[in-house]
Design a protein around this ligand. Structure first.
Ligand code: NCD
Length: 422
């Protein structure tokens, strides 16, 4: 077989694009093109025997097992590297795989089982922007798999305050830890970290860009809640409400939702804080109807899921950029008037609970439609799954489980009761 045919077979069988294949083989695009070129052309170079044999063995091994069983981290790779930077890395099948791994993690996340599968591994949690749950849940998810965590928070106490570049910071930390979670106020900054790094990088929020792990846990929550309610995601009505311009959680979530079919997605935001056009266009596929609403009543009516978001004031260019209207306060009065008995109310949190804020009200706290704490709890198994996948241990987690020997008092709150079938 010619080297060109062999390379083509590898691409066809494993769904690689040229850039994935180049990164996978550890060569640049120019070299790969020279291997693909006709042997009569001046661009042609022969492929080293070692590479030829490696690819042949790889194809043979996977063909023999009957399935092209690439590890999940390679199926969702970012240009051939094992990072999690955007939800655009997923398709429906890979999402289902992530969720079944998250299901396996639930007994560990709920403190029934102990795993040490990541013993010896160190997570670098680099947060250059405010965070509570994302930083702590990534940290605890890693600890619950047996790893250790090193944290840094804010610019003030990091060397970036001394003028260090993203490249240098990333390269240095990659020499200390095995995987990094990075949050940074600039869109695209986490990809810059990834370019300088030879270890996996997870985007924990890049300014108004994306927040892929949050979208995965949001979708995991929707699917869990729907299975309890005997609903299916295809054909559902999802309302996203609030600051859709700067909210990175909704940017990632709507892209993931668009992998499902025949959804009705209502985007409800005050004038000036609408979802960017490019994301709406991306999400309008698979028969999904995305409609922009300025009326809260119209946008929420009949929704299966209401996903509210906080106004991202910290991203406003001036404090006068926008004045939020009281209409966007989501409280029990509006939910009772416009929604159904089985509508799920979600929020990525934090919500602004100050008096007079226009965020999700606390008057829904004893309403079992409020799924926000079940949602934040789901952050642990989903983030454990992400770590297991990126560090290649998702298939051995179940082999390393033992029972916990300690106990803690368990109180099931009203909002959790529905979830526990009480
Ligand atoms: C969100 C974020 O940081 O993007 N929070 C989170 O990670 N759960 C939402 C927000 O800050 O409003």
């Amino acid at each position: 077989m010619s080297q060109q045919m062999l390379l083509q077979e590898m691409m066809d069988k494993f769904g690689f694009k040229k850039e994935n294949l180049a990164a996978y083989l550890g060569v640049n695009g120019k070299i790969l093109n020279s291997w693909f070129a006709s042997s009569l052309s001046t661009e042609y170079t022969p492929m080293p025997n070692g590479v030829f044999n490696y690819i042949s063995e790889f194809i043979e091994k996977n063909s023999l097992s009957g399935v092209y069983n690439l590890p999940l981290r390679n199926k969702i790779s970012f240009f051939g590297k094992n990072h999690l930077l955007s939800v655009e890395q997923f398709d429906r099948d890979s999402i289902e795989e992530v969720f079944s791994i998250a299901d396996l993690m639930v007994p560990i996340a709920r403190r029934k089982k102990i795993s040490r599968v990541l013993e010896g591994a160190v997570l670098g949690n680099l947060f250059f922007e405010a965070s509570t749950r994302t930083r702590v849940s990534f940290g605890t998810a890693f600890c619950r798999l047996g790893g250790s965590v090193c944290d840094t928070t804010g610019f003030t106490f990091s060397s970036m305050a001394k003028g260090e570049s993203i490249y240098d910071t990333s390269r240095v930390i990659a020499g200390y830890v095995d995987i990094m979670v990075v949050r940074h106020p600039d869109r695209g900054s986490v990809s810059e970290f990834a370019r300088a790094s030879n270890i996996p990088i997870i985007n924990g929020g890049d300014g108004p860009g994306e927040h892929p792990s949050q979208a995965l846990l949001d979708l995991y929550t929707i699917k869990n809640e729907f299975s309890r309610l005997n609903k299916s995601l295809d054909g559902a009505h999802i309302s996203l409400i609030g600051d859709l311009k700067y909210g990175r959680t909704v940017h990632s979530l709507i892209k993931l939702l668009s992998l499902y079919k025949n959804l009705k997605i209502s985007l409800v935001s005050p004038i000036g804080l609408e979802m960017p056009e490019s994301i709406i266009n991306y999400a309008s596929r698979n028969g999904n109807i995305v409609s922009v609403e300025s009326s809260v009543k119209k946008g929420l009516s009949g929704a299966d899921v209401v996903y509210a978001t906080r106004v991202q004031k910290e991203r406003f260019e001036s404090e006068f950029e926008f004045r939020y209207e009281s209409d966007f306060h989501i409280n029990s009065e509006k939910i009772n008037a416009f929604c159904n008995k089985d509508t799920i109310i979600m929020h990525p949190l934090p919500r602004d609970s100050n008096v007079g804020s226009n965020d999700l009200s606390t008057d829904l706290n004893n309403d079992d439609r409020l799924a926000i704490f079940r949602q934040s709890d789901n952050g642990i198994p989903v983030r454990m799954a992400i770590f297991a996948i990126l560090l290649g241990v998702e298939n051995i987690v179940h082999r390393n489980l033992r029972d916990v020997e300690w106990s803690r008092p368990v109180y099931i709150s009203f909002a959790d009761a529905a979830f526990h079938n009480l």
